[in-house]
Design a binder for this molecule. Structure first.
Ligand code: HEC
Ligand code: HEC
Ligand code: HEC
Ligand code: HEC
Ligand code: HEC
Ligand code: HEC
Ligand code: HEC
Length: 354
């Protein structure tokens, strides 16, 4: 998280594509780029005019190594119609920067630092740095599950400020919130009506796009039982993908709390009786069925759902939400998958055929 925003004058290596190769979408050069955003899925470029930053109209698709247009169209982000139609006339302070910096000041547009610094999660730290004790710093691990998860949900969610506009501007981040205070005093999660598929949600309420781990996770059983984002992720950095506390290749992460015979389930004598796929194959990974990659970050580049429920093939037919079985078994039909599930004895037919 520490590298989302970089100044290419200090970090020339931050720019991933080769800007000397001509591309019809790219009408800017190195010298126009004041800040580079992103290095995992997509990279966007910002130019500085006065004391504001503005997005260039092309973004680099890191997975597919191609340029894509960058334009926030009407019908996507809720604020699109409230800003000028030209993307280059939409300053990033109100729509982006509050989530990619520490202490973005809406009056003078200054930041204490770019990126997700310590204070975003631990609160103000100068007193702690001068006299380090446990009493003068916040530790999310000692908060109740709502405040603990809100440490992450402040940025990993789609929503709107409770009061908007603020001094005439529409903000897309929780202005005024700081770690430990009540997020719901500043922020509402994006609304959704069951049955409707929108830019942000599938018909059942699962997120449709990226940066909605918070919107998803609050719907899960694990959230209600007090599990937190940081039960699984260590944001100070780990050797695993997505800063996971344990790898997922052999289900190590999930099996720290789950397993046959454990109270959290699954409730079968062996794991294979639960997964119905041979151990060590992709179909036996917990994340394959419980966290399918169905949330769009850029065209065909998707991230994982965080509701942890199981989306049935029947729901695909009824509500056009992708299910894990036929997202992986691309040559099979939903009827085939439902029939297969019918032969899995520990599954409830009342749930699987809904
Ligand atoms: C409510 C907080 C929030 C707002 C507002 C926000 N972002 Fe982000 N941004 C995030 C989070 C969280 C991530 C990481 C998760 C993800 O990408 O889904 C992220 C990631 C990114 C990435 C990097 C992805 C990568 O591949 O490394 C880019 C680029 C980006 N944002 C650009 C923008 C731009 C441009 C805007 C404004 C138009 C914006 N963001 C507004 C929270 C926010
Ligand atoms: C994105 C949020 C986030 C950021 C940024 C962050 N932390 Fe943390 N930190 C946490 C959470 C959550 C915990 C509790 C869970 C854990 O130990 O990982 C924690 C725990 C800690 C602990 C252990 C405290 C104890 O009592 O055991 C220390 C020390 C710490 N962080 C220091 C830092 C420092 C220094 C930085 C900046 C370089 C930083 N953190 C940045 C979220 C964050
Ligand atoms: C200030 C906003 C902010 C907060 C608070 C925040 N994040 Fe993030 N997070 C981001 C951004 C921005 C990125 C994208 C980083 C990048 O592209 O390099 C990100 C990326 C991530 C990633 C993907 C990183 C990777 O290497 O693949 C994970 C996992 C994550 N955050 C978990 C958390 C957790 C857990 C918490 C709470 C303890 C948290 N974040 C709090 C903004 C935030
Ligand atoms: C039960 C464990 C668990 C919990 C709880 C959890 N995550 Fe994740 N998260 C994962 C796993 C597993 C991945 C997938 C990593 C991979 O594919 O390599 C992931 C991926 C991510 C990513 C990268 C995008 C992607 O899908 O690859 C982000 C960002 C993220 N999580 C943020 C969060 C936030 C924020 C919360 C809390 C609101 C949260 N996670 C709660 C397990 C968890
Ligand atoms: C920190 C412990 C912890 C970790 C790690 C963890 N879980 Fe859980 N999980 C729980 C708890 C607690 C419950 C609730 C059990 C109950 O009350 O029956 C639960 C419940 C579930 C459920 C049932 C939810 C439902 O809707 O019925 C699923 C599915 C699940 N977890 C999947 C996963 C997956 C997949 C992973 C790994 C990515 C994982 N869990 C990692 C603690 C954990
Ligand atoms: C091939 C798909 C698949 C895989 C792989 C899979 N599950 Fe499940 N899991 C399901 C289905 C289907 C359900 C039933 C969902 C329902 O009734 O809503 C379920 C239910 C659960 C439940 C709820 C309690 C129960 O016993 O029904 C838990 C907990 C769970 N899974 C954990 C895990 C864990 C942990 C892993 C990895 C070791 C895993 N699952 C791997 C498909 C899978
Ligand atoms: C991540 C990919 C993946 C997911 C998700 C997945 N499978 Fe599979 N499945 C496989 C692979 C790979 C095989 C071949 C396994 C082997 O060699 O053991 C397989 C084998 C099967 C078979 C036996 C194949 C045959 O033609 O006889 C059935 C039935 C099956 N899967 C059903 C399902 C159902 C139902 C789901 C959803 C609950 C599901 N799978 C989810 C990858 C997956």
């Amino acid at each position: 998280m520490a590298n989302v925003v970089r100044d290419p004058r200090e970090h020339p290596e931050a720019i991933l594509p080769d800007l000397s190769k001509p591309d019809p979408l790219v009408k800017f050069g190195k010298n126009d780029i004041a800040l580079v955003y992103g290095s995992i899925w997509k990279q966007r470029y910002f130019t500085k005019i006065g004391d504001d930053y503005f997005p260039e109209p092309a973004q680099w698709d890191i997975t597919n190594h191609v340029w894509r247009p960058y334009f926030v169209a009407n019908g996507t982000d809720w604020w699109a119609t409230l800003y000028p139609p030209d993307n280059m006339k939409r300053p990033t302070g109100a729509t982006c920067d509050g989530c990619h910096s520490v202490n973005y000041n809406i009056q003078d547009k200054s930041v204490t630092e770019w990126n997700v610094g310590c204070e975003r999660c631990h609160g103000p730290g100068s007193e702690h740095v001068a006299h380090p004790t446990r009493a003068n710093i916040l530790n999310p691990a000692r908060m109740d599950y709502v405040h603990a998860n809100d440490t992450c949900i402040q940025c990993h969610s789609q929503g709107r400020p409770v009061q908007n506009p603020i001094a005439g501007k529409y903000y897309d981040w929780p202005v005024g919130f700081s770690a430990g205070s009540n997020l719901q005093d500043f922020w509402t999660l994006e609304e959704h009506t069951l049955g409707e598929t929108t830019f942000t949600h599938f018909a059942d309420g699962t997120a449709h796009k990226n940066r909605m781990q918070g919107n998803d996770f609050v719907q899960s059983v694990m959230y209600r039982r007090g599990v937190t984002c940081f039960s699984c992720h260590d944001v100070h950095g780990t050797a695993n993908n997505a800063q996971l506390r344990a790898p997922i290749s052999e289900n190590q992460l999930c099996l720290t709390c789950h397993g046959p015979g454990l109270p959290n389930g699954p409730r079968t004598a062996t794991l294979e009786e639960h997964t119905h796929h041979r151990a060590g194959t992709p179909g036996s990974q917990c994340v394959s069925c419980h966290m399918p990659k169905i949330e769009t970050t850029l065209l065909d580049v998707k991230v994982r759902a965080h509701t942890f429920g199981f989306i049935t093939p029947v729901m695909t037919d009824k509500y056009k939400i992708p299910n894990a079985c036929t997202t992986c078994h691309t040559d099979k039909t939903t009827a085939w998958a439902t029939d297969a599930l019918r032969h899995w004895p520990e599954r409830s037919p009342w749930r699987i055929e809904q």
